[in-house]
Design a protein around this ligand. Sequence first.
Ligand code: ATP
Length: 225
Amino acid sequence: MLKVADIETFYGPSQALFGVTLEVAAGEMVALMGRNGMGKTTTIRSIFGLTPASRGTIEFESQNIRRLPAYRIAKAGLGLVPEGRRCFPNLSVRENLLVTARPGEWTLAKVEALFPRLEERRAQMAKTLSGGEQQMLAIGRALMTNPRLLVLDEATEGLAPVIRQEIWRAIRLLKEQGQATLLVDKSLSEILPIADRCTILEKGTVWDGKPAALDSTVRDRYLGV
Ligand code: ATP
């Protein structure tokens, strides 16, 4: 479904990615891992055309998307939940969800069933939600676009444990429903049981395999745990 091959990305003169390669197949949940600053967010920004890659290839469903503008990439069927959970602060929860809606399996009712808190707070302005609720709203908004591939960047970062659990429960449900997902998160104990594959970055891809093969040598070397 998504094939990223050997991409290199720069911020001005400074190179952030040195040959990142990763794949997500239909129905797969792939974890993108690596220590801080190793390029996980930059990889996602490159996939979405926000910080375009200067070299390498990015294909989504056999279409070359590397040089497409960001809005065309989203339209092609990729949904992004960025770091920092962006919502429209002065729209209600329900308006935030409806404004991104595209026809498909994910409807308002289905998103509200996944996150009952969003239904409870449907008339509330997004800016009055807690951080965790805003994160749920950000995920809900991405699902309302009915993406064939969902990309979550640090969806549980900085949230209270009880909210993290709620979000992980939703992510596990997405996995059961066969939603193809690329996931960045530091919580190995949550990721490893559900990921089909892990791709580890150290400026470029340095390891790719099934979670069961991610032994202590690999963890010590690339994840610092
Ligand atoms: P973290 O886990 O801390 O979020 P990350 O793996 O997502 O890190 P990136 O945020 O992609 O890593 O950063 C990769 C490299 O690019 C780092 O060296 C970082 O300093 C650099 N970088 C990121 N954003 C910019 C920017 N806007 N301008 C210049 N350099 C940047």
